[in-house]
Design a binder for this molecule. Structure first.
Ligand SMILES: *Cc1c(COP(=O)(O)O)cnc(C)c1O
Length: 351
């Protein structure tokens, strides 16, 4: 089976894990500091905190932004991984779900309507599948009303919007370094901000001291692996982009198939290569039979999943019935890519 996702590790990661083990300093050491510095300089964001998962990063970010009780509304898009809405619920706030647009990210028009109706404290644009949301329009809507913008950048390491990196496009950002992500540590996460006041709020939630806090630290092993993953990110993202471009070229005339689009001014890093087709279930079943790890991201929408307040989300609902993903990761070999292309063509032409 060609797996849907596979991390690429090399001799640098191996050497570093051994070195950490031999040194005896297995948490709170130099690799955690090195990773934080490297991730700050890579994204161009001043302050970086590491935590044990992307979900923890979202939760801490929401607490730092003042989400506290049911009156505190947080806008999320109809399509994302469930952690985006679950973090809001865990933080004690009320999620309000609005629809996505053709870029599969939050629709600025829908956001504008929700802002009028609900007066939210925070909006979470999710850079879904590796492409950023329309951040200029989102920031403009939120700035006028003093609403915080929290990027969910868990799928968008290295993605860009008008030349700026994901993570540097709002008031705060949450990343994940889960095993499947473009930077993989196994488990891990980070919270970024350029605002010194918000940075202190984040610290208060994750560091023991004057306030009760949770221990959400990563180990030196995770930081050491993440450091090298980050060093390779431009290269592995470039490989993903090349495979995606080839798929787009090869699949462009297949009947009923909707391809991913890269929008003007944005650099897509193809965490997931997502296709749409009305006969999605049949296609995924046949791909798996032929040894290709196809998967559905996501077969749910967030308002349906958690029975949340929402505006009209009919496009997200349609997408959840049609969308599926094929492997696009940097560990793919040329013959595997060719086999995937031939198999997809064959299945769709014979439906
Ligand atoms: C993976 C992911 C998360 C959660 O990250 P974990 O590290 O698995 O907790 C949150 N949001 C999105 C969009 C994700 O893809």
């Amino acid at each position: 089976m060609i797996p849907i996702i596979k991390p690429v590790f090399g001799p640098e990661e191996e050497k570093t894990v051994l070195e950490i083990m031999k040194s005896g300093q297995i948490t709170r050491g130099k690799w955690t500091l090195k990773f934080k510095e490297e991730f700050s300089s890579y994204t161009g964001v001043t302050f970086c905190h590491t935590v044990c998962s992307g979900t923890a990063a979202l939760y801490i970010a929401l607490k730092a932004l003042g989400i506290n009780n049911r009156e505190d509304r947080v806008i999320v898009p109809s399509m994302s991984f469930m952690a985006t809405i679950d973090a809001v619920i865990l933080a004690g706030g009320t999620p309000v779900v609005v629809d996505i647009g053709e870029d599969y990210c939050i629709s600025p028009e829908a956001l504008e309507e929700a802002v009028e109706k609900y007066s939210p404290k925070v909006v979470i644009p999710v850079h879904l599948f590796g492409q950023t949301a329309d951040m200029d329009r989102i920031n403009q809507i939120c700035r006028e009303k003093d609403i915080y913008v929290l990027e969910d950048a868990a799928q968008a390491h290295g993605a860009e919007y008008r030349g700026k990196k994901a993570g540097n496009l709002g008031d705060m950002a949450a990343f994940s370094f889960y095993a499947s992500k473009n930077v993989a540590m196994g488990e891990g996460g980070a919270i970024l901000t350029n605002d010194v006041y918000l940075d202190e709020k984040i610290s208060n939630w994750i560091e023991f001291g004057d306030h009760p806090a949770l221990n959400l630290r990563i180990t030196e092993f995770q930081a050491g692996i993440g450091y090298w993953q980050l060093k390779k990110l431009e290269e592995t993202n470039e490989k993903r982009r090349k495979i995606a471009k080839l798929y787009n070229e090869e699949f462009k005339n297949l009947p009923g198939l909707i391809l991913p689009q890269e929008f003007e001014g944005r650099k897509h890093v193809y965490h997931i290569y997502a296709l749409r087709h009305p006969e999605r279930d049949k296609i995924v079943e046949q791909l798996i039979q032929k040894g290709i790890g196809a998967r559905v991201y996501y077969e749910y929408t967030l308002h349906q999943l958690r029975n949340a307040e929402h505006l009209d989300c009919s496009f997200g609902e349609q997408v959840s019935r049609e969308i599926f993903a094929i492997p696009v990761h940097a560990a793919l070999k040329n013959d595997e890519v060719s086999y995937i292309i031939e198999t997809v063509k064959d299945i769709i032409n014979n439906l």
